[in-house]
Design a protein around this ligand. Structure first.
Ligand SMILES: Nc1ncnc2c1ncn2[C@@H]1O[C@H](COP(=O)(O)OP(=O)(O)OP(=O)(O)O)[C@@H](O)[C@H]1O
Ligand SMILES: [Mg+2]
Length: 236
């Protein structure tokens, strides 16, 4: 019998997870036997050179891609055992995504971009209004909720994307180079916002980055090189 209390289970757990691409006879090894745990409330910077496997790791974690060997557990689920529908459900309920190039819908207003994931989850506009406006306010865009993404700065667009990731109150937010397309100062404002959201909402963040600032300010740093975990430490 498993007597381990539920709350001590990690939010995510990878066990010797490997991923390679291309011709099996001559594969590119993107990740080599990654074993790591992520716990609720963590704020992790995933660092490492270009091509080291950061995006691949995030994709495995979020069930967007599957390992060729090893296992990924997310919120008590062995991802290999979920069918596509169950995986899509888990993603829709529990994971928010933030990308380097924002990926906003250009013809929709800020409000509707943030509402979008709730719409997909079956909420009507009027039902969602309070949560949408609340998170838009939290990311500092209340004056701009009627604008379209094209009428906003890069940093403001990334705030919209962060609001969209957080609106359904996910347990985990996966961000792939969220400051990669922003100047240093704007990037730092986004880092402040992500840290504040981690503090306030207790959302867990794992964020791939080339930013030394984010690396210094994250609670935990996971450093990968050539598909392997090179270092894993808590910032003082
Ligand atoms: N779809 C793909 N097909 C073939 N090879 C891929 C594919 N995606 C990634 N790779 C390879 O896997 C390795 C890891 O790539 P990944 O995108 O995870 O790196 P990264 O750390 O995110 O890099 P960057 O910092 O440039 O975003 C690289 O060698 C890359 O070329
Ligand atoms: Mg990447």
């Amino acid at each position: 019998m498993n007597t381990q209390p539920l709350q001590t289970l990690p939010l995510a757990f990878m066990q010797r997870a490997s991923k390679s691409y291309g011709d099996p006879a001559n594969p590119v090894h993107a990740l080599r036997e990654i074993t790591t745990e992520i716990h609720d409330g963590e704020f992790i910077a995933l660092c490492g050179p270009s091509g080291s496997g950061k995006s691949t790791l995030l994709n495995l974690l979020a069930g967007i891609d599957e390992p060729v060997s090893g296992q990924v557990f997310l919120m008590g689920n062995d991802l290999a055992k979920l069918n596509d529908r169950q995986m899509a459900r888990l993603r829709a309920d529990a994971i928010g995504f933030v990308f380097q190039f924002f990926n906003l819908l250009p013809v929709l207003s800020v409000f509707d971009n943030v509402y979008y994931p709730l719409m997909l989850n079956g909420f009507r506009r009027h039902e969602a209004r309070e949560s949408v406006m609340h998170i838009i306010e939290k990311v500092g865009l209340i004056d701009h909720y009627k604008r379209q993404p094209g009428e906003l700065s890069g940093g403001q667009q990334q705030r919209v994307a962060i609001a969209r990731a957080l609106v359904k109150n996910p347990r985990l937010v996966v961000a792939d180079e969220p400051t990669g397309n922003l100047d240093t100062r704007t990037g730092e404002e986004i880092i402040d916002l992500l840290l504040a959201m981690n503090q306030e909402l207790k959302t867990t963040f794992i964020i791939s980055t080339h930013s030394p600032i984010l690396r210094d300010r994250a609670k935990r740093v996971l450093l990968i090189e050539d598909g392997r975990i090179k270092d894993d430490f808590i910032n003082a």
